[in-house]
Design a protein around this ligand. Structure first.
Ligand code: FE2
Length: 182
């Protein structure tokens, strides 16, 4: 339990909101590291476009992590921003693609965003009942992340609107499908 929190919010609600935000903080910290990993490992045609498309998203996601960490502190809890916290909090696997083509990384990154955005939406659903201020923060973040996923998908999309990685449920399978289509 917290000893103080935002006015008008119960200590119990603040504790629940902070626990949910801690998991999303670790997810954001994992995501900006994953994005840098892709920035460093992308090769082949379209290298420079994808390499340079990633960095502004790294900055955006790092900023979102800062926002959630400071929200946790505002609500009276202590945010955990270490590598161990990411490891403890995450229920998802480490990004599994190493050196690979732009299309392969984007095929896999699309799945990363599927998982991340689904979980951010679930957090909105949970937190919205307790704290609309935190809900508003998460809604704004999700809108921008969904827009970036569109940037990713635009590279995978055919003129008939089909995605090269459609129907693939693992990063390696999505990367393989996108690589061979590209
Ligand atoms: Fe760089």
């Amino acid at each position: 339990m917290t000893s103080f929190t935002a006015p008008g919010l119960s200590a119990e609600s603040a504790t629940t909101v902070s626990a949910c935000l801690q998991e999303r903080l670790s997810a954001l910290n994992d995501l900006h590291l994953t994005l840098k990993h892709i920035h460093w490992n992308v090769v082949g045609a379209n290298f420079i476009g994808v390499h340079e498309m990633i960095d502004p998203q790294v900055d955006l996601v790092r900023g979102y992590a800062d926002t959630l960490a400071e929200r946790i502190a505002t609500l009276g809890s202590a945010p955990r921003g270490t590598a161990k916290a990411i490891e403890d909090d995450r229920s998802w696997g480490d990004y599994s693609i190493g050196r690979d083509t732009a299309q392969a990384h984007l095929g896999a990154l699309d799945l990363v965003y599927d998982g991340f955005i689904t979980s951010h939406r679930a957090a909105i659903e949970q937190i919205g009942k307790l704290d609309p201020i935190t809900e508003d923060i998460l809604i704004g973040q999700t809108a921008e992340l969904e827009k970036f996923q569109w940037f990713v998908r635009a590279h995978l999309e055919s003129y008939t609107g089909e995605l090269a990685n459609a129907g693939q449920s693992s990063e390696t399978a999505a990367a393989a499908a996108a690589r061979s289509a590209g």
